[in-house]
Design a protein around this ligand. Structure first.
Ligand SMILES: NC(=O)c1ccc[n+]([C@@H]2O[C@H](COP(=O)([O-])OP(=O)(O)OC[C@H]3O[C@@H](n4cnc5c(N)ncnc54)[C@H](O)[C@@H]3O)[C@@H](O)[C@H]2O)c1
Length: 256
């Protein structure tokens, strides 16, 4: 249980869902974790719960849509833990609309939070990783980058761009021993999807279950364990990769 011993990790969107599961798993594997979220109260509670259990975690308010907040996140991590080994860009919002009806402000908001946020954090963190000559950056994409669902053009566009950026950066920073990978979850049962189940009803839940070959939704923990692997030295020669955690969603439809 010490696969991340002596490593310092930043996780965005760490108060709930996949980001919280990643933060907990990292802490349990020995990392010092800087948990950040726009929901500062819940994030602080979750970090305190880890500390109470004997793990190393701190929290900081960070809206990834604001450059000054991301600067504060990086500065707080360095002043608390003196280095940054792992960066998980997880925070995102789910805004859907028919492309012909999507207001430009919604498009801009989604791109700012889901895509430009990654530019912000990577820009600030890579110089430190270059000095250390090591680092692992994990960007959370989605199977929506490569599959079509009606009305998710902006979200899918941002997720596809994340994979392209990750590939580009993996090429550029390989010499510095900084690895860049993405994880593409399928349908995972998190507050993001609980809200959709509430809004769209049982039909959405059933289609989320049915669309995976494994006929169930995934758990945040199943995504978190893939992040642990990519963050750890077990993945020391893996860069520019996208790992789907989707219960076989992308294998469907089956042609018999
Ligand atoms: N749940 C899924 O099925 C699924 C599928 C594919 C990809 N993803 C991706 O996984 C990641 C996590 O999704 P989730 O389902 O856990 O989401 P969630 O909505 O359940 O949790 C997201 C967390 O991010 C925080 N957050 C939202 N906006 C923020 C901002 N501007 N700055 C900082 N924090 C912010 C929220 O407060 C929350 O704690 C996202 O990148 C999402 O796109 C999720």
């Amino acid at each position: 249980m010490e696969r991340l011993k002596n490593k310092v990790a930043i996780v965005t969107g760490a108060a709930d869902g996949i980001g919280l599961a990643i933060s907990r798993s990292f802490a349990m594997e020995g990392a010092a974790v800087m948990m950040s979220d726009i929901n500062a109260d819940k994030c602080a509670q979750e970090a305190a719960a880890l500390v109470a259990d004997g793990y190393v975690a701190k929290s900081v308010l960070c809206n990834v849509g604001k450059t000054s907040d991301v600067e504060t996140l990086v500065e707080s991590t360095l002043s608390s833990f003196q280095r940054i080994d792992i960066l998980v860009n997880n925070a995102a919002v789910a805004i859907s609309a028919h492309i012909a009806e999507m207001p430009e402000e919604d498009w801009d908001e989604l791109m700012n939070i889901n895509l430009k946020s990654i530019y912000r954090s990577i820009k600030l963190v890579t110089p430190y990783m270059q000095q250390q000559r090591s680092g692992s950056v994990i960007n959370i994409s989605s199977v929506q980058a490569s599959r079509s669902w009606d009305h998710w053009t902006a979200y899918a566009g941002a997720k596809g761009a994340i994979i392209s950026m990750t590939n580009q950066l993996a090429g550029q920073f390989g010499e510095d021993n900084i690895r860049f990978n993405t994880i593409s979850p399928g349908a995972i049962l998190t507050p993001m999807n609980e809200k959709r189940i509430e809004a769209e009803g049982k039909e959405f839940l059933q289609s989320s279950i049915h669309q995976a070959a494994m006929r169930r939704m995934g758990t945040p923990q199943e995504v978190a364990m893939t992040a642990v692997f990519l963050a750890s030295d077990e993945a020391s020669f893996i860069t520019g990769e996208d790992i789907r955690v989707d219960g076989g969603l992308c294998t469907l439809p089956r042609y018999t």
